[in-house]
Structures are given as structure tokens and as C-alpha cells.
Design a protein around this ligand. Structure first.
Ligand SMILES: NC(=O)c1ccc[n+]([C@@H]2O[C@H](COP(=O)([O-])OP(=O)(O)OC[C@H]3O[C@@H](n4cnc5c(N)ncnc54)[C@H](O)[C@@H]3O)[C@@H](O)[C@H]2O)c1
Length: 253
């Protein structure tokens, strides 16, 4: 699956699904731009430039919820790599509280990253791709929360459902430019974000109760991103691909 010559931006790429996706796209041959509010831990990145899987890579610190920081991200990518072919909107946060306890800033914070962040990066990426005139690919990391209303995640559930509908809208608008837009719904995936809530034992024990007997791995989501953005996914647009180990399946009788 060669992405040689392509430039891919991955948001929320300092760890978890974003890091695994950046590494996968680099090993497919792309030059990757990792955007995050924090630097990847324990990585050596002088001036933001480093090597990933033998490819040139760039780290740009930016909050995707802030339009001017996202504009700066795209300026940096232009200066260093001169093009954008792939955008993976992965950055996302949740504030887990019941509706009754939610404060307005909780909701604003989640929507800033999940909704505005996705919008800013997709719009600036699409503008760049249209100007280049060579097509492109945009992938959203949504969630099974878009399809099932897990309690205590009002802002997150709403944002992820909106992301799926924005995916279809942008796919319809951008198809004539050869730009494909798709979304992935991960199920429960073992990332540093989840480790803030669950211990090793809980992850193992709760994982056993899932249909496939374990949580997903970030690399399993990254593999699907790689497929969607490659030539093998050339006829896929406006789709939502669920990768959840069967978590949304009905219980067997
Ligand atoms: N882990 C799961 O179970 C799971 C399930 C379904 C969907 N997802 C989605 O997958 C994506 C990645 O999740 P993860 O579990 O790897 O998360 P994580 O918390 O392990 O990593 C998320 C990364 O995003 C970065 N980030 C947060 N806010 C940002 C911002 N404003 N601008 C730029 N970067 C920002 C964080 O610094 C972090 O490095 C998210 O969109 C999440 O909603 C995760």
C-alpha cells in the first residue's frame, strides 16, 4: 500500500490511535505531520522534524479547536512539505458526567476539539487539496458513541454523531474533486486516554466480556485508516466503518 509522495496530517497524534496511525501511514511511505497539544513522550524531535519509519516526519504543536493555530499548522506543512494529500481527524476528548451535572464549559471544551477541530482541519485540508487538483482523502475517527447513546457522554455522543453526518456531507460535496471522505467508528480501544479511567486488571476483565474477548488495539484502527486512504479504498467515500470487536452486536440468545 504505497503512499509514497503523499503528505498526511494526523491530529491528536502524540499517543494512542493518532500515534499508531501516523506510524502506519509513514510505514506505507507517506511523509507524516503529527499535530497535538502535547509533544509525544520520550521522542527526540529537534525543531519538530524527525524520522518515522524511515520517512521525514514533522511535529506541530497546535490545538485543533483554535482556528488560528490550525491555520498555522497548515502554513508549517506548506513550508516544509508543500502539499497535503491526507487528513486524519483523530483528536478527541470526552467529559464524562450525567446531563444533570454538566457545566456549559464541559460541553464547550468537548465540542471545541471534536466538532470545531474536525471542521477546521477538514476545511483547510479540503481547500488545499482542491487547489492542488489531485484529489485526496479525509478520515474522521468517530466512535461507536455516534451510534449508541452510552450514558454520561452527552457532548461526546452528539459530536461523534455530527462527525458522521459531516463526513457524508463533505463526501457529497468533494467527490467531484476526487476527494474521498470517510469515518471510522472505533469500539473500546486500549489507549493512554482509556488508561486514565481503567486499571490493567479492569481493562483485561472488562475486555473478556466483549464479543471478541478483548479491547481493540490502536494498530487495528490505524490499519483501517491505511486501507481507506490508499488506492485499495479508491471507491469508498461517505462511508462509516465500524471497528468495534462486535461491541454493538446484540447479545446472543
Ligand atoms: N480509545 C477508545 O476507546 C476510543 C473509542 C472510540 C473512539 N475513540 C476516538 O479516537 C480518537 C483518539 O482516541 P485515543 O483513545 O487514542 O485518545 P488519547 O486520549 O489516548 O489520545 C488523544 C490525543 O489527542 C490529543 N489532543 C487532545 N485535545 C487536542 C487538541 N485540542 N488539539 C490537538 N490534539 C489534541 C491529546 O493530547 C492526545 O495525545 C478520539 O477522537 C477518540 O474519541 C477512542
Amino acid at each position: 500500500m504505497s503512499l509514497a509522495g503523499k503528505v498526511a496530517i494526523v491530529t491528536g497524534a502524540a499517543r494512542g490511535i493518532g500515534w499508531a496511525t501516523a506510524a502506519q501511514l509513514a510505514s506505507d511511505g507517506a511523509r507524516v505531520v503529527l499535530c497535538d497539544i502535547r509533544a509525544p513522550e520520550g521522542r527526540d524531535m529537534r525543531d519538530g522534524a524527525f524520522e518515522m519509519q524511515g520517512q521525514s516526519a514533522l511535529f506541530v504543536q497546535a490545538d485543533v479547536g483554535d482556528r488560528s493555530q490550525v491555520e498555522n499548522l497548515f502554513r508549517r506543512v506548506d513550508e516544509v512539505f508543500g502539499r497535503v494529500d491526507i487528513v486524519v481527524n483523530n483528536a478527541g476528548i470526552n467529559v464524562r458526567k450525567p446531563l444533570i451535572e454538566l457545566e456549559v464549559p464541559d460541553v464547550e471544551q468537548v465540542w471545541a476539539v471534536c466538532l470545531w477541530g474536525t471542521f477546521h482541519c477538514a476545511q483547510l485540508g479540503a481547500r488545499r487539496m482542491v487547489a492542488q487538483g489531485e484529489g485526496g482523502s479525509i478520515v474522521m475517527i468517530s466512535s461507536v458513541h455516534a451510534s449508541r447513546a452510552f450514558p454520561n457522554s452527552t457532548a461526546y455522543n452528539g459530536a461523534k454523531a455530527a462527525i458522521n453526518q459531516m463526513t457524508r456531507t463533505w463526501a457529497a460535496e468533494l467527490a467531484t474533486h476526487g476527494i474521498r471522505v470517510n469515518s471510522i467508528e472505533p469500539g473500546w480501544t486500549d489507549t493512554p486516554g482509556e488508561r486514565r479511567y481503567y486499571s490493567e486488571d479492569e481493562i483485561r476483565e472488562k475486555g473478556k466480556k466483549l464479543p471478541l474477548g478483548r479491547l481493540g488495539r490502536p494498530e487495528e484502527i490505524a490499519g483501517a485508516v491505511s486501507y481507506l486512504v490508499s488506492d485499495r479504498g479508491a471507491y469508498i467515500t461517505g462511508s462509516v466503518l465500524r471497528i468495534d470487536g462486535g461491541i454493538l452486536l446484540p447479545e446472543p440468545h
